[in-house]
Write a protein of this length. Structure first.
Lengths: 408, 154, 274
């Protein structure tokens, strides 16, 4: 239990209060923001190449948002009091905004999902009977208007909500960075770059996750992934990865060049305690390698065979997911390995396996959104009906488990 | 406008949810919250009465132990509170009036806490290099043989 | 490091014009913003505050003690500390501090021309033993540490639920009934004064023995300090020794560059102490 200390730490400064759960929290909200950025690229900025993943992206954002508050809740000393943040929010605290930002963004996203899937809900309400019909009718709020003018209203509402939702998603995640960046007591956290780095890496993780998801979903539906969409995802992933790595390097380069009083201990932290997770994972395996892979995909796009492009970009996306996780880990845990005495480091933090803040819980939290996505697909159908109808017939055989719901 | 009926319905649902949250919240705010600032004022009173003070000071000890108190007050340890060596008075005389024997540590280690010469102590403070001060092994009541802790002489 | 400007000198304010903590202004601003944006939230919050005022008007406020008449401060003269650890033991007993956690602790600095060794075995609770440093020490001293009860404290600023607060008499405390145990305040304290209690799972810290000082007693650590290293004072008393020392002597605070306005003042602090 008692950690090893090298140098001198303040005696209370040897505990990692912000556990694996606080690593998971920005990781999960990062997917929310990142996936929303992709869906906005289509809905808001007219990047039609993202059409094949636009609905998947929105459903992903929604699924991750539903679990986003759980890791926070789980790490509290008193999870049952978490609601206090809504009852008596203390607005000088960056954390107090969480309740409002989270619920506000949840409302926007639920509304947007509702408007996007409204047509589908009504179709299903008409198609089913009994309890199911009542369920879809309730979801449709009792109005069955699918005329062109109502759909036009929907379309305008979606654009408006996406317009509010994009800054909302960026704030929800930039704000996570702010929680760290505004702690003047901790020099490893305290930098105005922090919210920007969090936001950029959120875009990286969101796009990377969609890349992987899109490949998996295409496999499940036995359909070739749309190549313009894959290369567009790769291009944007590359762009955001370049920004992320640049900013992350900038942060420590400024610190080192300024010879700030904390650099001595931070450099020791990065090269000893965080050597694997920072140098190896965040910078090389998750940074440099996907940068090269994506550069190949983007710069040699014309010459690549479909399968090569799919493989390269999926591997790169997977490495990017590792990069972002390592980055969260290095920020959250790294900042607590270092004492505010700036004279001491504690030994590695090993999260428990079982228990409220353990590894199993983290895996469960990461898996939960995919279960939600699956339920979402069963209930509302993630793919656009016409897309499924167009592509379904030749592949009926393999697609039964996943895609049968669209067949009607 | 009739084609936007569903928009009004969803706005109505949203409004109802927000209102429900607001009303519930109103009931859950503690009574004394916000009286003097964004905190629960009742806690200030709770903190005042969190427990009875445990350390009561040398004067309180002297109410029963007059002779020791006088001796201490006249000697070199006049600034050394009884409770430093004997523990808090509140653990010796309990709230219910029962009395429990206080710790009496006769070991040289108790004396060494203050008077052993180590790095960090101000030079003018009386200190001894234990190994030079005592011939023979350091154990047991080494100090009390020569020094009276209630009125020590150098 | 030293508070050089006149503003950071804790000059006595006869009747503090703004007794409310600084964050209240921002809170008010936010409230105004929300009112402007037509937030029903403020309407309801306003209602509860009125209820609260009515509720407390009925009951007598905290016995004979009046927090308007005090403003506490603390003075530590590091040149007097002998590192006996009595204060740490007294604090642990008085406040039932869990083992391995410290509301106050003592650090030892052993300093040579090139190197510095710092230690604090068990927070100094068991006193200090001889130390072997691998260099020639030219000076050494003890530094007692504790919560600084900062006037502009980041720990209160970051508490998301209003469980941390600074009283009118200048004590920073935690409401263990409201605290959700998020540990944000622990992260925000630059001095390592806070911890999450393994017993209550809420943030815990030095209260300057609020249950003692409001009864006219000294904090336990001051009560047992044999050398006068630790002194507790009231800035609202003209002849208070701590007030006079802060007003006239060259006092320092820890990590002054962070502008938290600590209310623990130090005499004879060394540059190596952070």
């Amino acid at each position: 239990m008692t950690p090893e200390i090298s140098g001198f730490s303040f005696p209370n400064d040897v505990h990692v209060w912000w556990s694996l759960m606080i690593v998971m929290y920005p990781y999960i909200t990062g997917f929310v923001a990142g996936a929303f950025i992709v869906t906005s690229l289509y809905h808001l900025f007219g990047r039609t190449e993202f059409k094949p993943v636009a609905r998947l992206a929105m459903a992903t954002s929604f699924a991750f948002l539903l679990v986003a508050s759980l890791p926070l809740q789980l790490h509290l000393g008193h999870p049952e009091r978490g609601i206090n943040v809504m009852i008596t929010p203390h607005f000088t605290s960056a954390m107090a905004g969480f309740g409002i930002l989270y619920s506000g963004y949840l409302a926007i996203l639920v509304l947007e999902v509702w408007f996007v899937w409204r047509h589908e809900i009504i179709l299903r309400a008409r198609r089913t009977r009994g309890v199911k019909r009542a369920f879809y009718a309730t979801l449709a709020l009792g109005t069955y208007d699918t005329g062109p003018r109502a759909l036009e209203v929907d379309h305008r509402a979606i654009t408006l909500l996406a317009g509010i939702g994009l800054p909302g998603a960026c704030m929800l995640h930039g704000y996570v960075g702010f929680i760290f960046g505004a702690i003047k007591a901790n020099p490893w956290w305290s930098t105005p770059l922090m919210p920007v780095i969090f936001l950029m890496s959120a875009a990286v993780s969101g796009i990377a996750l969609l890349m992987v998801l899109y490949q998996v979903v295409s496999k499940l539906r036995a359909r070739a992934p749309d190549q313009p969409c894959v290369s567009a995802l790769a291009r944007w992933l590359w762009f955001f990865l370049i920004l992320t790595i640049t900013l992350e390097l900038l942060e420590i380069i400024v610190m080192a060049y300024e010879r700030s009083e904390s650099w001595l201990i931070i450099s020791e932290l990065l090269t000893t305690r965080l050597q694997f997770s920072y140098v190896t994972m965040q910078m090389i395996v998750g940074g440099l390698i996907p940068l090269i892979l994506l550069a190949v995909v983007v710069l040699m796009n014309r010459y690549l065979h479909e399968r090569v492009r799919n493989t390269l970009s999926t591997v790169a996306a997977f490495l990017c997911l590792l990069q972002v996780f390592s980055m969260r880990w290095n920020i959250v845990v790294g900042g607590q390995l270092m004492s505010k005495s700036l004279r001491g480091l504690r030994s590695h933090y090993d999260p428990e396996v079982f228990g409220r803040e353990g590894i199993l819980m983290a895996i469960t939290l990461f898996a939960a959104p995919f279960v939600i996505l699956w339920v979402f697909d069963r209930v509302l159908g993630i793919e656009e009906p016409e897309a499924a109808a167009a592509a379904a017939p030749p592949a009926r055989g393999e697609a039964t488990e996943e895609g049968s719901i669209h067949a009607a | 406008m009739e084609h936007a009926r569903h928009v009004f319905r969803v706005a109505l649902v949203l409004g109802a949810v927000v209102a429900a949250v607001m009303v519930t919240r109103g009931f859950l705010v503690p009574k004394s919250y916000g009286m003097y600032g964004p905190y629960r004022y009742d806690n200030v009173v709770e903190q005042m009465n969190v427990r009875l003070p445990l350390h009561r000071g040398a004067a309180a000890c002297g109410e029963c132990h007059d002779d020791q108190a006088k001796k201490r007050a006249a000697g070199g340890h006049k600034n050394v509170s009884c409770e430093i060596c004997h523990g808090p008075l509140g653990l010796h005389v309990k709230e219910d009036g029962s009395v429990e024997a206080p710790p009496v540590d006769r070991s040289y280690l108790l004396c060494a806490r203050c008077h052993r010469k180590i790095d960090g102590r101000p030079a003018r403070f009386p200190q001894v290099v234990l190994e030079q001060h005592v011939s023979g092994p350091l154990e047991g009541h080494a100090c009390l043989g020569c020094h009276d802790p209630h009125s020590p002489k150098p | 490091m030293a508070p050089t400007s006149t503003t950071s000198l804790p000059v006595l304010q006869p009747e503090p014009a703004t007794p409310t903590p600084p964050e209240y202004g921002r809170r008010q601003f936010l409230a105004d913003v929300m009112r402007l944006s037509g937030g029903a939230l403020v309407f309801i919050a306003g209602g509860t505050v009125a209820d609260a005022l009515a509720a407390v008007a009925e009951k007598p406020r905290g016995e004979a003690y009046s927090w308007d008449e005090h403003l506490y401060a603390y003075l530590i003269d590091t040149s007097k500390c002998i590192g006996c650890g009595s204060c740490v033991r007294a604090c642990a007993a008085e406040n039932k501090v869990p083992d391995g956690f410290y509301r106050t602790w003592i650090e030892r600095y052993v300093i040579g021309m090139e190197q510095t060794h710092v230690d604090s075995p068990n927070g100094g609770k068991d006193g200090f033993g001889p130390v072997q440093v691998g260099f020639t020490a030219t000076k050494s001293f003890f530094v007692p540490k504790m919560c600084n009860h900062c006037r502009a404290t980041p720990c209160v600023q970051v508490c998301p639920v209003g469980a941390s607060y600074r009283t009118k008499d200048g004590v920073v405390m935690v409401d263990a009934e409201r605290c959700i145990g998020c540990a944000y305040c622990v992260q925000a304290c630059p001095f390592g004064s806070r911890f999450i209690s393994p017993v209550t799972h809420t943030a815990e810290k030095c209260t300057w023995c609020y249950h003692r000082v409001t009864k006219g007693l000294k904090p336990a650590c001051v009560e047992v300090c044999p050398t006068g290293t630790r002194q507790f004072g009231d800035l609202k008393r003209e002849d208070d020794p701590v007030r006079l020392a802060i007003a006239r002597d060259r006092v320092e605070v820890l990590q002054g560059h962070l502008l938290t306005e600590p209310q623990c003042y130090y005499l004879h602090l060394d540059k190596e102490v952070r």
